[in-house]
Ligand binder design. Structure first.
Ligand SMILES: Nc1nc2c(ncn2[C@@H]2O[C@H](COP(=O)(O)OP(=O)(O)OP(=O)(O)O)[C@@H](O)[C@H]2O)c(=O)[nH]1
Length: 384
């Protein structure tokens, strides 16, 4: 396939992106306008809620995924006694808030403002069940939580993290998941609310499962995901690449991958690769007077493994990186891969540029938000 055909293919996909289905979810729009983030008031940012019984691991998940806390440090976390709102947008491609709830919260307390909490910008509710504990009480709480939230906002995505599975054997993991899945869904059908769909994930902060689960939760909230997947499919097939992930660098959440199955070992390898690059950039790449991240739009890296596999990282913008796994012999034509990557990046820019421009126009028309003083459709700062 010639490079020109390929470019046209990327362009067609980018152009086919439907402006009509604009997301509420925000992305690193600073790439289009450096001041965009500051225009977006906190109350319109989408929310992901973390709920569950006390000590189930809610704060630990938030700290490990979004604040680089090491899992062992979570042993010293204090119990949460009020709702903690964490704005993820300042350091990440994905703009949202994570709300961490105290375990003892009572939804039937008259002061609990369910409309405000579950309504509006609430996109996902993650319920955490401690798999190392007796989970019967958790299941009751899960049922009351999702029923209450669903009444207020049926569009919420309900996600269940069966957490702390590091303490279980493989057989126990399967059995626990089966039992929790069965009981939770039975309770929903008995109460006549079986239209509520629950998704289950086995997670632990001591391995990459928590990042993988969070990636899947976040991906559901990105309406452009099929377009991104399509672009990645074209990219890998024309570049002889085995697998490609688009990573949000700070959180190591992958916002998209091609449609071949994700194997956990490859994902872990890519996460470790990003950690190495970030660490090296910080240690050796920081300029003396610079306060900004050393990982920038010029970053790229190649690691050759002794299994004749190559790990290749290219930045997409300052928050987003593409990490590819490919066989060594296919890396001989690096120029082709780099060219295809630039086409891919331009197409992605189109996809999100359309979204940013249209959302600005929509907001202007509605006159509900002020986006004064800047053109969103500026040059992408990661452009070569
Ligand atoms: N083994 C194991 N322990 C975990 C995991 N995640 C969290 N923990 C531990 O669980 C304990 C409670 O974690 P927290 O994050 O404070 O729990 P929480 O749900 O925020 O608790 P509250 O604020 O009281 O509602 C801590 O000692 C964590 O180290 C995990 O994946 N595996």
């Amino acid at each position: 396939m010639s490079s020109y055909d390929e470019e046209a293919q990327y362009e067609a996909i980018a152009n086919s992106y439907a402006v009509g289905s604009l997301p509420k979810f925000g992305y690193g729009a600073e790439d289009f306008d450096p001041e965009f983030g500051s225009y977006m008031p906190a109350e319109v940012k989408p929310k992901i809620l973390l709920l569950g019984l006390r000590r189930s691991g809610k704060s630990s998940i938030q700290k490990v995924v979004f604040h680089k806390m090491s899992p062992n440090e979570t042993l010293f976390l204090e119990s949460t006694n009020k709702i903690t709102k964490d704005d993820i947008s300042s350091s990440s491609f994905i703009q949202f808030q994570v709300w961490d709830f105290p375990g003892q919260i009572d939804f039937f307390d008259p002061t609990f403002d369910a409309d405000n909490i579950f309504g509006g910008q609430c996109e996902a509710l993650i319920f955490i069940i401690d798999a190392q504990d007796d989970y019967m009480e958790s299941l009751e709480k899960l049922h009351s939580t999702v029923s209450r939230a669903y009444k207020v906002n049926p569009n919420i995505h309900f996600e269940v993290f069966i957490h702390k599975v590091d303490g279980l054997s493989d057989d126990q993991k399967i059995e626990t998941q089966r039992e929790i899945h069965q009981r939770a869904n039975d309770e929903l059908s008995e109460s006549g609310t079986d239209s509520i769909h629950l998704s289950f994930y086995l997670t632990s902060i001591y391995d990459h499962s928590i990042f993988e689960a969070f990636s899947k939760v976040v991906q559901k909230l990105i309406p452009q995901l099929p377009t991104m997947e399509n672009l990645l499919n074209i990219f890998i097939s024309n570049s002889n690449i085995e697998k490609a992930f688009l990573f949000d660098v700070v959180s190591k959440i992958y916002v998209a991958t091609d449609s071949s199955p994700v194997d956990m070992a490859s994902y872990e390898l890519c996460c470790d690769f990003i950690d190495v690059i970030i660490d090296i950039s910080y240690i050796y790449g920081m300029k003396e007077d610079a306060e900004t991240s050393a990982f920038d739009n010029q970053s790229s890296s190649i690691i050759r493994l002794n299994s004749s596999t190559i790990l290749y990282l290219r930045e997409v913008n300052k928050y987003l990186a593409m990490v590819c796994l490919l066989r060594e012999e296919n890396f001989a034509r690096q120029g082709l891969i780099d060219y295809n990557f630039i086409c891919f990046r331009d197409a992605l820019q189109e996809v999100f540029g359309i979204r940013a421009r249209a959302s600005m126009m929509r907001e202007r028309n509605q006159n509900s938000l002020s986006f004064n003083g800047g053109s969103i459709a500026k040059e992408w700062d990661g452009r070569v």
